[in-house]
Design a protein around this ligand. Structure first.
Ligand code: FES
Length: 169
């Protein structure tokens, strides 16, 4: 029985060698580009962090507007964003921190924004109204109440985090 030797022709050898070397070089060039393209999207955003905004002792039962800034990373775009909350202490002394974003079409609500309703949040865009606790006033445009901010208290300081719809709060 004769042993068959596998012959590799010169043409096949060149094909294998050039394909291998070419593939290796292409991978070496593409890897940094792919990493550059997708890396920012994999980075954690700072949007969910808590920020110190006010001393708890300074917060009263009257809703007060508090503004603060966060560094926001949105894939490749970094920016400083101003956040706003309406904050007060309820009758039990617990903190209530409400989003100012109207649940109708996203305008900004203000406490006592209408002379007619001095004890409600008012949205000037379509006369939307909310009670002090953020619940929407029936028969006004918003179909649901204002979102809550998640909050923590550390060393007498109020820290605000992301917002949550009131059903999840
Ligand atoms: S956006 Fe607020 S009532 Fe329409």
């Amino acid at each position: 029985m004769s042993e068959k030797r596998q012959q590799v022709s010169r043409r096949q050898f060149l094909n294998y060698t050039l394909t291998g070397v070419g593939g290796f070089m292409a991978a070496g060039m593409l890897a940094p580009m792919v990493r550059f393209a997708i890396d920012p999207a994999l980075q954690a955003s700072t949007a969910g962090e808590f920020k110190a905004v006010e001393e708890v002792d300074n917060i009263t039962e009257e809703p007060t507007r508090i503004d603060w800034e966060i560094e926001q990373v949105d894939a490749w775009y970094e920016s400083t964003v101003t956040k706003t909350a309406w904050v007060y202490k309820d009758e039990n002394g617990d903190i209530v921190a409400l989003s100012p974003i109207c649940k109708h079409l996203g305008c900004m609500v203000t406490w006592a924004g209408s002379d007619e309703y001095p004890d409600q949040f008012y949205c000037p865009c379509h006369d939307g109204r909310y009670y002090k606790d953020g619940e929407n006033v029936p028969n006004t445009p918003p179909a649901e109440g204002l979102d809550f901010y998640e909050y923590k208290i550390e060393d007498g300081t109020l820290l605000l985090g992301p917002t949550k719809p009131r059903g999840e709060a």
